[in-house]
Design a binder for this molecule. Structure first.
Ligand SMILES: *Cc1c(COP(=O)(O)O)cnc(C)c1O
Length: 499
């Protein structure tokens, strides 16, 4: 291991935190009479509209008086208390927290893209339309599916779009059916989306390998089932190696195979979902294609569909006319309608296209690197942390806290202790079928040095759990905010500051 984390409480590798908790007052609390952050010329016209009384909130921050320098420093200090992908490995499983290449940011800031007005006429928006058209073509090529809508703002909205298209296609045959099948390892958005689209959800129990059981599927797959929503590879990081049989069973009963493509980063450029019998699949540009996320977006969740679902795509679609010009086609009578204003989160399309273009036909290297890194961590921690499912891992690996619970240490404590060593905690308690789950996804952008440091920290925590469990149970010790009352925070929401 190249980085030592042998000292008891750190300092951790790459630790940039203050050893003592910092007190950073709220910006409202810094307010002081007479402080100004701007300087406007005096009003030289009569003051007209006063703000109506009902809209005035005297209890709110409207009265804050503060200088520009204080605001700048306040937010700069806050930003340094935060953790980001630009600081260290961020192994939040399922979220694919990879480096956001700066060239993408540069391209997205080109004035022609950044200042394009969404209401500008098509004649002066040709570049933007062409970009969307090209991105669609590339995603269509990568998925092996006929067409792609870029509209959905995130994976979850993509799921809804996909299931609504399935519903529209089935409704056209006279029977939209009633049920969607979803394995018990799925992300919570899957059942939510199916329910939102008007379907009942039937959960399918995974087998001992952690994948879908063909017998369970065969029994459940009736002519009342609209679709199977399958995550490939699944949230355990395990590839559904019977995918062709799965597709045969679903199609045999006239159902659709929906793929949750949030894990596309593990096989993009290597295998095509279309060739696996998948009919419809969302992708998360903010995962697989490196557009920034965290802090709530914006994301983008394009959905690729097979030929049979093309008529139902959200409208408008971007088309290339015979004269080579690009235009929006609103005349799509069978469309499920609009899901998002304008084209969607356009800035994300620019970044994703820049990212894909920078790899060109080597895009498969993304998947190879992601799988290699996850397996490196798996090998580095096998035997130290329990692995419930021992099938080969793709881009992420799910351990559990089973070896540590005897000392009273749970996944949450391990995650908190990792913060002392300068890492973001992994995803914990998901997928639900692994009790005490620690779901680790390093992504391809981590170097061997970074992976070694992470493995060393995890091994150190396993040792501490036996020799000095208190230090793990009371972690974090080096962060500006120590252990928070998460249950209290979830149950007693305080979303608004009051003086
Ligand atoms: C992230 C994720 C989703 C939801 O995607 P969002 O873009 O966050 O809405 C769905 N399924 C899986 C497996 C995911 O990892």
């Amino acid at each position: 291991m190249s980085v030592s984390v042998e000292e008891k409480k750190g300092p951790a590798p790459g630790d940039r935190r203050h050893p003592e908790p910092l007190h950073e007052p709220l910006v409202f609390e810094r307010s002081g009479e007479g402080k100004v952050g701007y300087s406007l010329p005096p009003l030289d016209v009569p003051e007209t509209v006063a703000i109506p009384e009902v809209l005035c909130r005297p209890d709110l921050a409207g009265e804050t008086e503060i200088s520009e320098v204080e605001v700048a420093r306040h937010f700069t200090r806050l930003s340094r208390l935060n953790f980001s992908i630009d600081q260290a490995l961020y192994p939040l499983g399922s979220c694919t927290m990879k480096h956001n290449p700066r060239v993408n940011e540069e391209v997205a800031r080109l004035p022609g893209f950044a200042s394009a007005h969404p209401l500008a006429p098509e004649e002066v928006s040709q570049g933007a339309l062409e970009l969307a058209w090209r991105l669609e073509k590339i995603l269509s090529e990568l998925t092996g599916l006929a067409r792609v809508t870029l509209q959905p703002a995130a994976g979850a909205q993509g799921e809804l779009a996909g299931i609504l298209m399935v519903r529209a296609a089935l409704a056209k045959t006279g029977n939209p059916r009633t049920t969607v099948l979803i394995p018990d390892s799925a992300h919570g958005t899957n059942p939510a989306s199916a329910h939102f689209a008007g379907y009942k959800v039937r959960e399918l129990k995974s087998n001992a390998r952690g994948t879908l059981d063909l017998h369970v599927l065969e029994e459940a797959m009736t002519e009342d089932v609209a679709a199977l929503m399958l995550t490939v590879p699944n949230t355990l990081g395990i590839f559904e190696n019977q995918i062709l049989d799965i597709a045969r069973i679903v199609h045999g009963k006239g159902g659709y195979l929906y793929c949750d493509g949030a894990n596309f980063n593990s096989f993009v450029g290597i295998a095509k979902p279309g060739a696996m019998g998948i009919d419809v699949m969302h992708m998360n540009l903010h995962k697989t294609f490196s557009t920034p996320h965290g802090g709530g977006g914006p994301g983008a969740g394009p959905v690729a569909v097979a030929e049979s679902l093309v008529p139902f795509l959200p409208r408008p679609t971007v088309e290339r006319r015979t004269d080579g010009a690009f235009s929006l086609d609103h005349d799509r009578p069978e469309s499920i309608g609009r899901l998002r204003t304008f084209l969607g989160n356009f800035g994300m399309f620019v970044r994703a296209l820049a990212y894909i273009s920078s790899y060109g036909n080597r895009i498969g290297d993304v998947a190879r690197g992601a799988v290699l890194n996850a397996n490196y961590i798996r090998a580095g921690l096998a035997g130290v942390y329990h692995l419930k499912y021992d099938a080969p891992t793709m881009h992420e690996v799910v351990f559990s806290d089973k070896k540590q619970t005897a000392s009273g240490i749970h996944a949450m404590d391990i995650g908190k202790r990792l913060m002392d060593y300068g890492f973001h905690p992994p995803t914990i308690s998901f997928p639900l079928i692994v009790y005490g789950a620690l779901m680790i996804e390093p992504t391809e952008t981590e170097s061997k040095t970074g992976l070694d440091a992470f493995v060393a920290a995890m091994r150190k925590i396993a040792r501490e759990s036996e020799e000095d469990p208190e230090i793990v149970k009371t972690a974090p010790h080096t962060t500006p905010v120590r252990r928070v009352d998460e249950v209290g925070a979830a149950r007693n929401l305080v979303l608004r500051w009051r003086p």
